[in-house]
Ligand binder design. Structure first.
Ligand code: T3D
Length: 258
């Protein structure tokens, strides 16, 4: 079985991290395959929402630590510049919404890949661990960038240093994730959200994502100027016309994604 699976249904691509006996820990082959599948999701216009989840009981335990002591291991430089950084960049730059459906423990790079998604939901039995400090590393895969912006500097600092486990309910309370969902209805709730997003104005969502990406670092003036530019692009889409027409005609819109 491939270490990452892709299935496409009704505009929703579901990417499943698939090394369940290793808690979906990443080796080089898996990291490169995930990048390829994210590229496929970008190129396929029929895909209008991407869900990333894990097979079995975990979302991902991060780097496969056994790979590091195997024959011919990837170097640290390769692990960041060729494995994790391109994954994070692809998720943030994908012009479509990405949901991380965290079905179990998300540790190390696994946690930070989840946390860079546009919407992070987790089942009530899931947890998040900045496991890096316990093995002498620093949070990578965007951890030192996204975590303080999600939950504030103090909580991010404590979690990064202590490596404490955060259960999904607490992750929701502190703003690390969007929602902690009941385990019994988790998959159905994720599919409902993904299906909703796949029927929305995809180009408008992509422009929203672009503006939010920039808001982390832009000044207030620069962000207002960017909204001006992006809103003009949004207003040129067919979906904008459709949205306004549907409202005026008191009917449901039929968005095409462009
Ligand atoms: O060079 C670099 O490393 C740079 C890159 C860094 C990126 C990173 O992600 S660093 C962080 C790496 N991840 C970790 O340190 C997490 C290690 N795992 C754990 O702490 C725990 O496994 C969990 C808290 C995630 C889950 O605990 P639990 O009790 O539910 O499961 P377990 O019994 O510990 O693990 C089950 C199996 O998965 C076990 O294998 P076995 O004994 O049944 O054959 C365990 O060894 C394996 N496993 C879990 N995590 C990893 C792993 N195997 C390889 N790599 C792992 N990360």
């Amino acid at each position: 079985m491939p270490s990452v699976l892709l299935s496409i249904t009704d505009g929703v691509a579901t990417i499943t991290l698939n090394r369940p006996d290793k808690l979906n820990a990443f080796n080089r082959e898996m990291a490169l395959l995930l990048q390829n599948l994210l590229d496929q999701c970008k190129q396929d216009a029929a895909i209008r929402c991407v869900v990333i989840t894990g097979a079995g009981k975990a979302f991902s335990a991060g780097q496969d630590l056994a790979e590091l002591v195997a024959d011919n291991p990837p170097s640290m430089q390769q692990i960041l510049s060729e494995h994790y950084n391109p994954i994070i960049t692809r998720i943030r730059e994908l012009p479509k919404p990405v949901i991380a459906a965290v079905n179990g423990v998300a540790a190390g790079a696994g946690a930070n890949i989840a946390l860079c998604a546009d919407i992070v939901v987790a089942t009530e039995t899931a947890s998040f661990i900045q496991a890096f400090s316990k093995i002498g590393l620093i949070p990578d895969s965007g951890g030192t960038y996204f975590l303080p912006r999600l939950i504030g500097w103090q909580k991010a600092s404590a979690l990064a240093l202590l490596g404490d486990k955060v259960i999904a309910a607490d992750a929701e309370k502190m703003g690390m994730i969007y929602q902690c969902l009941a385990a019994a209805s988790f998959e159905m709730a994720v599919q409902k959200m993904a299906s909703q997003l796949a029927q929305m104005p995809t180009k408008g969502l992509a422009l929203t994502k672009q503006a939010l990406n920039a808001s982390f670092t832009n000044t207030y003036d620069a962000q207002l100027a960017m909204e001006d530019v992006l809103q003009q692009q949004a207003a040129k889409t067919q979906d904008y016309n459709e949205g306004v027409q549907a409202f005026l005609e008191k009917r449901l819109p039929n968005f095409k994604g462009y």
